[in-house]
Design a protein around this ligand. Structure first.
Ligand SMILES: *Cc1c(COP(=O)(O)O)cnc(C)c1O
Length: 430
């Protein structure tokens, strides 16, 4: 496998950018080695600058649910682009986007577009604090909500990968306002609310945790959080930046039948462009400027080209049976991976939810953050590189969920399972 061009680029980049990258996990620090640089992408595949081709299970960390460079998305972008890149006055696509959101996710009575998932979650907690007049927020260990100050407390994803649970630069006074709970622990939530419920502005949760590998809610857990929030007058915020439009057309809230007060979106909603959104109950959203006093703004928010990419993607995923087909593929792949691991004598379990899944090098079915971080990361890292050498790209960290797109067909699944059979044998050989 030729890697010269990527290596040269990375050598230059390391001198110019922290870690040579613009987002930490891309640097491959956790798995070792050097990242490859993408030249282009199509369907289920990434092609790097040295001409290597990879079946991609990262999908730009989630957005590319319809596959890379989908013609319908590229056409929408090209058509919209010819009329100008940004106007700074309202454009019709913003209205269509807000209508589409409310149609697909009924709790999104009103919404506001922003430019990233981070901006969406920051804005949502400002609104929660402003609307309730309370300061404290609750988050869960291993959940990642972007890099906002209030969220870098026991955060997952990159923060977890690099063992930086609490980032320097976040003032203690602010971090103290973030209370953390173990996800899927009913008792702990009940107890925290009994002690501090009257001070809690909102609870923010990844309804399916996708930033500490992939952890599903236990039966009734999200309902439990909903009830606690309602009882104590705190707002329930579903961070669906990852799960939105991925685990079901209507997101995790549709899958589990829970109505949050506020929700945040990103990734798929931009179809590969930098987009985020937050929204929810109209009485809350009317407190955002200029209807209300809670300030939040953005020079490029609702950008027409970004809206076009997002809307074209949301159109594609409304095709009948889209998510059902993805869910079948995920089962096919995960069943195959479990069988291949078993044959090689490597302990492996999987968690799945429609188009997202997690691989755990463990004997146990994983239901908690503590179990997720106890998995065999050495085995994962070996597996990661063995797969990469065979043209399969998994997220370069044991603490990330994996994704499928509608472009992952029979050939890609077969290639992946073939690679995995050999890779698990390498892992077993040590
Ligand atoms: C990716 C992610 C974010 C942050 O989104 P960015 O666009 O990277 O700022 C927030 N919440 C969750 C659940 C995410 O997966």
């Amino acid at each position: 496998m030729k890697t010269d061009t990527s290596h040269d680029l990375f050598t230059r980049a390391r001198d110019l950018m922290p870690g040579g990258v613009n987002s930490p996990v891309r640097a491959f620090r956790s798995v070792g080695g050097e990242p490859f640089f993408a030249q282009r992408a199509e369907g289920a595949c990434l092609i790097d600058v040295d001409g290597n081709r990879y079946v991609d299970y990262v999908l730009s960390w989630g957005p590319m649910i319809a596959g890379h460079a989908h013609p319908a998305v590229l056409d929408a972008v090209a058509r919209t682009m010819r009329d100008g890149l940004s106007f700074g006055v309202p454009n019709p696509l913003e209205v269509t986007m807000a209508e589409t959101l409310r149609k697909l996710v009924p709790s999104m009575q009103m919404s506001r577009m922003v430019n990233s998932g981070t901006e969406a979650t920051l804005s949502a907690i400002r609104l929660a604090r402003g609307a309730t007049g309370r300061s404290r927020i609750v988050k869960f260990e291993g959940c990642y909500h972007g890099h906002g100050d209030s969220f870098l407390v026991k955060a997952g994803s990159g923060a977890l990968t690099f063992g930086l649970p609490n980032s320097p630069g976040v003032p203690k006074a602010l971090a103290d306002l973030t209370l953390t709970l173990p996800y899927n622990d009913f008792e702990a939530a009940t107890k925290l609310f009994a002690e501090a419920g009257e001070d809690i502005a909102g609870v923010i949760v990844e309804p399916i945790v996708g930033n500490a590998n992939c952890i599903l809610p236990r039966d009734g857990y999200l309902q439990h959080l909903r009830e606690l929030c309602t009882r104590y007058g705190a707002l329930l915020i579903f961070d669906e930046v990852m799960t939105g439009f991925r685990v079901a057309l209507g997101g995790a809230q549709a899958r589990y039948g829970i109505t949050p007060d506020l929700s945040t979106f990103g990734k798929i909603i931009g179809g590969g462009m930098p987009v985020g959104a937050y929204g929810g109950r109209a009485d809350l959203m009317r407190q955002v400027a200029p209807d209300g006093p809670i300030y939040q703004a953005g020079t490029l928010s609702g950008n027409p080209v970004a809206m076009a990419a997002g809307l074209a993607t949301l159109e594609l995923i409304q095709a009948p049976g889209f998510h059902e087909a993805l869910e079948r593929r995920t089962h096919e792949l995960c069943d195959g991976l479990e069988a291949a691991a078993r044959d090689a004598g490597v302990p492996l379990t999987t968690n799945r939810s429609c188009a997202m899944f997690g691989l755990f090098f463990s004997e146990q079915q994983v239901e908690t953050y503590a179990q997720a971080i106890a998995c065999d990361t050495v085995a994962f890292n070996r597996f990661f590189h063995a797969m990469l050498r065979r043209g399969v790209y998994l997220a370069p960290s044991a603490f990330e969920a994996a994704f499928l797109s509608s472009a992952h067909g029979d050939a890609e699944i077969a290639h992946t399972l073939e690679a995995a059979r050999e890779a698990f044998r390498e892992v077993a050989a040590g």
